[in-house]
Write a protein that binds this ligand. Sequence first.
Ligand code: UT7
Length: 330
Amino acid sequence: MVAGIGSCLPSRCVTNAELERTMDTSDAWIRARTGIAQRYVADDGTRTSDLAVGAAERALKSARLTPDAIDAVIVATTTPDRPCPATAPTVAARLGAGPITAFDVAAVCSGFLYGLATASGLIASGAAERVLVIGAETFSRILNPEDRSTSVIFGDGAGAVVLRAGEADETGALGPLRLGSDGTGVDLITVPAGGPPRPGETAPADSADRYFTMEGKRVFWLAVQRMGECAASVLDRAGWQLEDVDWLVSHQANHRITARLADEIGIPRQRSVGNIAEVGNTAAASIPLALDHAHAQGTIRPGDRILLTAFGGGLTWGAAALTWPAIDPV
Ligand code: UT7
């Protein structure tokens, strides 16, 4: 069950008006096509692990736990500090959590739900009792400043939850969770180069290949379809009717996607809660950031039934049922 939550944003806020001055775009286009008004961008000295540690410390505080009570740290990220090793051991060490299990999960914007599923498995197997699941990104580092279709959308940030062993009927219980992938769509959301040379690669990869690319239009409809199907399957397994769902919290990709998704599932749009206007699309950090902000604002309350769903590169997707716990906002 969820025992604590926290988030962390870099200090620099970049408004649409600021982007208008540096690229061929407009505040009106960005708001109308995505719902985004601003995003946060890490400065050169801030790494993904810095944001992850900030979010984790707040999550621990809200769970009223000290770092030594944690058995594992999972960091879901697309933008690790380094290609090798994983970022999670750095985060665990900086938290002072001791020599515990720590590893990263790579599922792009679905990463947080993949992390939650992995943490549940660690708890169910007895390998851990309390796990920090962190979604953290410095996505701005992989954006192509020449590509206005991605540069205006993504932002940096981190969100974290403490997951602990508990009973299925407890407030805060994580219910059924489903995940999926379709690797035939690998090229739709990708950083084509940047790791070891690709097979057959003789010349250095074109520099544009080192940046994130997305076929936005195709991804839009696949996102609605896959999140809709996965969320319906989780509802079914949870035994929840549509009217039982207090809040839909979906990956904050685009306000038009979240609206269409609510229609697709059959949940009134006003029961879809998010913060894309304030933080943009923060990839793996998106769901815990949206949950933390909704919790801090008092929108989601103890006992509320929440349907989570995400979609991202891979392609990957997932959905989960969650009953909101009684925890202190930090
Ligand atoms: O997080 C992982 C999952 N991600 C998603 O699910 C994202 C899914 N896709 C989307 O959110 C949307 O497809 C985008 C926001 C990326 C793009 O919106 P769109 O409505 O699909 O726009 P489009 O790509 O079809 O472009 C429409 C027009 C084009 O101009 P023309 O060809 O009609 O003259 C683009 O060049 O908008 C233009 N455009 C822009 N104009 C101003 C593209 N980006 C911008 C921009 N500012 N930043």
